[in-house]
Write a protein that binds this ligand. Sequence first.
Ligand code: NAD
Length: 275
Amino acid sequence: MSPWASPVPTLPCFSMQGKVCMVTGAARGLGFEFCRAFLQSGCTSLAILDLKDSDCRDAAKELSTYALDTNGLQKKEVQVIGIECDMSSEASVQNAYEKVMDTFGRIDSVVASAGIVENYSALDYPADRVKRLYDVNVHGVFFTAREAARHMIPQGGGSIILVSSMSANASSLSSIPLFPLTSSPVKHMAASLAVEWAKDGVRVNSLSPGYMLTKLTKSLLEKNPDLKKTWESLTPMGRMGEPEDLAGAIVFLASDASKFVTGSEIRVDGGYCIV
Ligand SMILES: NC(=O)c1ccc[n+]([C@@H]2O[C@H](COP(=O)([O-])OP(=O)(O)OC[C@H]3O[C@@H](n4cnc5c(N)ncnc54)[C@H](O)[C@@H]3O)[C@@H](O)[C@H]2O)c1
C-alpha cells in the first residue's frame, strides 16, 4: 500500500513523485503556492529560492511540515531546501543551481515566479527603477530558464514554466502601469526557448495568471481600494483569483501530463481575456 495519504484516484501522469523541483520567488505569494501544489502531488525534493535567506529558511520549514502532514511521510523522506538568490544576478542564479545539483543531483521542473511590480506611471517611472524591473522580471527569468536548460539537456530533458501575466495578451488589460512591459517578453521568451530546446527534451511554457490575491496585489489595493471592484467587475467569473486556483495548471505543466506541450501559454484568469 502506498504511503501517500491521498484517497483520490487520479491520472498517474500528474504525479510529481520522484521529480526534483525548483521554484523562484517561493518564500511567499504564487511561488509558495506552486510549492504546496508540487508537494501535494508527491514531490519530495524541492528547492525554494528567494531574496532573503531567513525568508527562504522559514518557507522551507513550513513547506516541509506541510508535506509531512499532507502525505503522511517520514521526515527523512522529504527534503525542502531554501536558497538565498537574487534572480537578477547571473552569478547568484548559477550558484543556486550548483547548490541544487549538489543536494539532489538533478533537476526536473523549474518555475520562474520571482517578480516585482511598482506603481509608477510611465511618465514618472525613474530610469533606475525601470532597469531594475527588467533586471528582475525579464533578465532574471532568462537566467533562470537558461541555467535550467544547461542542467536538463545533459540529463535528457525537463520542464520549465515561466510566470507571465494575462496582461501579456493586451496592454489595455492591465490597470498596473507598465506591467505588460515585462509580462509580454516573458510569454514570448517561453515560446522562443521552447523551439530552441524542443529536440533536447526540455519543454518551456508560460503560465499567465489574472488578478490573484497575493502580497503583490494587496499592496496595490491598499493604495487604491476601488481597484478590487473594477477588477472583479471586469472578470466574467466575478472575483479575483486565489493563488490555489493556479495549482492544477502548474502541476499539469510541470508533470508528464503535459509531455507533448511546449511553447504554450495557459491563462488562468476567470475569463478576463475573453473578448
Ligand atoms: N499576483 C498577481 O495578481 C499576479 C498576476 C499576474 C502575474 N503575476 C506574476 O507572478 C509572479 C509572482 O507574483 P506574486 O503575486 O507571487 O508576487 P509576490 O510579491 O507575492 O512574491 C514575489 C516573490 O518574488 C521574490 N523576489 C522579488 N525579486 C526577487 C529577486 N530579484 N530574486 C529573487 N526573488 C525575488 C519576492 O521576495 C517575493 O517572495 C510575478 O512575476 C508577478 O508579476 C502576479
